[in-house]
Design a protein around this ligand. Sequence first.
Ligand code: FAD
Length: 456
Amino acid sequence: TVAVVLFTSDLRLHDHPPLRAALAAADEVVPLFVRDPGVHAAGFDAPNRVAFLSDCLVDLDTSLRRRGGRLVLRTGPVVREVAAVVTECGASEVHLAAGVTRYAQHRQEALREVLGARGVALRVHDAVITALAPGAVTPSGGDHYAVFTPYFRRWSQERLRAVLPAPRAVRVPDTVRGEPLPSRDRVPGTSPGLPPGGETRGRDRFSRWARADLPAYEARHDDLAGDATSRLSPYLHFGALSPVELVGRARAKDGPGAEAFVRQLCWRDFHHQVMCSRPETSVRDYRPRHDRWLTEDDAAEDVTAWREGRTGYPVVDAAMRQLRHEGWMHNRARLLAASFLTKTLYVDWRVGARHFLDLLVDGDVVNNQLNWQWVAGTGTDTRPNRVLNPVRQGKRFDPEGAYVRRWVPELRDVATAFVHEPWRLREDDPARPDYPGPLIDLADGLARFRHARGQD
Ligand code: FAD
């Protein structure tokens, strides 16, 4: 007997329930990944993620070959390709991790229909992409939690499923043809500081980080210059690491650092259970507030300055330049940059979310769109009218200005007292840098915000 495992956002061999179940049920297994042109048509194949994905596929193939197997890569509409592979190898079942986005939910339904008509079973596995399946815990009278803290409390009481070891051997039928694997080097337009992808790198990174930095994570996770967070987000996005395994390994370490890290992983699950119940929130407001957002056309110059890191607010500019250079941004910087666009410039969150998705290597419809909404006050934030002041936040989370100096070389020689407010240097001061003045006065921004929210 033969089973197909359709890999999607779960590009790993360790702790992979669909693969384990397929191996238990069949003599031979086809590990399949499909490059669906629909992803390209939707504009989601940003170069940074395509390059990272290539690394993940090559690493998965290498690990499978070590076990006697290989990864089968195909290009085409996903349902058509799965059906073709099923026919080529005579498979009787297809295994897949449950997904939450609109695209993933449609894919699941279409596969069920097409395979069902051929008498092939589709087995969908929960808790592969998230630690706890969306809907595993619900508030009374609802199908998802709308507020994080009660969700976290409830989530923390749940027992996660057992972590599964990587398989020792995988036999793939010879009858199935695959395409040559892509190479990261052939992807144009990637960020120069892009990290390497793949399960092997991800596991190494977690082990090293957990030893060195996890214990101090609670104290240091907001320190912009310290850069002490795990940077595991792209590995989690592509499923090169298992959230169930990470939660288990962090909990085994105990202490406030581990607790705070597990809490962040829970944020991921939280957003997934919101998106699973409300997939339209990838584009629509979770809580519409009748905002009069400025469109990209209304605020073209502001948006360009924001994208290019030329707003005149050093910490915002540092954040936006880090994004372009690394395809990644520190969480505190994401909060500041997003707050500045949506609540100071009052530009529609979708404009910012799109730019992030164009560059972020961890760019994720679930985490990106719902975090943007959280910041914009149209999502699950319980304080939707909070505005982050980039000067105060800069002084608090980058007190020496080291993060700003790292990413905004124009400010490298400015004294710490002025590094977050270079406009306070006198016009004739020789230390005054060649750096733009503030794009908008913060008081004007606040007035714009209050007016648009109907608070004045
Ligand atoms: P750590 O601090 O080490 O946290 C560990 C893991 O927990 C992360 O890798 C991530 O998987 C998860 N996590 C942490 N914070 C959050 C959060 N707020 N929401 C969901 N998961 C979280 N994260 C993405 O993975 N993809 C995105 O596209 C994305 N877009 C964002 C956009 C905005 C405007 C904001 C404010 C946040 C966004 N985040 C996104 C969440 C968060 O900023 C990143 O997950 C985090 O910075 C990644 O760095 P890290 O791996 O070092 O995180």
